[in-house]
Design a protein around this ligand. Structure first.
Ligand code: FES
Ligand code: FES
Length: 161
């Protein structure tokens, strides 16, 4: 077994310091070490997007990173979006638009869209499609997801994250 490495990072606003095997992926770390199972695992090679989290505000695929690479960074998972049980405007919009069915892709969709709206608060439909083109959904046909993101982007207030 490889020697463990100490890593300290912030996850959903909480500081975490622990020792991990150098080969442990960030998604496995979040799920198995921290119990944050909202981040899903799909393809495990960067294609499906369901493992997307935010790191320092940018969407990243946590199956393609090692946990040790997150040292010193701010990681936000889907569990970190709602504050005190109150859904973000984007989460509420997903619910209103029925933008999920099985929900497997939803955490990744939310994290990709949240990061996207931070840098592009008033996108066109094409820009939303482009931004979410790396997130695969096998259920919805994507239309309600695009509609949910567009509705939030047209509101006066931006999403919290
Ligand atoms: Fe990471 Fe599919 S599980 S991109
Ligand atoms: Fe089932 Fe997207 S809601 S994969």
């Amino acid at each position: 077994m490889a020697e463990k490495i100490r890593v300290c990072l912030t996850v959903n606003g909480k500081d975490v310091c622990t020792e991990v095997e150098p080969r442990m992926t960030l998604v496995d770390f979040l799920r198995t070490e921290l119990g944050l199972t909202g981040t899903h695992i799909g393809c495990e090679h960067g294609v499906c997007g369901t493992c997307t989290v935010m790191m320092d505000g940018e969407a990243v695929r946590s199956c393609l990173m090692f946990a040790v690479q997150a040292g010193g960074r701010q990681v936000t998972t889907v569990e970190g979006l709602a504050l005190d049980g109150e859904l973000t405007p984007l989460q509420s919009s997903f619910r209103r638009h029925h933008a999920l069915q099985c929900g497997y892709c939803t955490p990744g969709m939310l994290m990709s869209a949240t990061a996207f709206l931070k840098r592009c608060p008033h996108p066109t439909a094409d820009q939303v499609r482009d931004a979410l083109s790396g997130n695969i959904c096998r259920c919805t046909g994507y239309i309600p997801i695009i509609d949910a993101v567009l509705e939030v982007s047209q509101c006066a207030s931006n999403p919290k994250e």
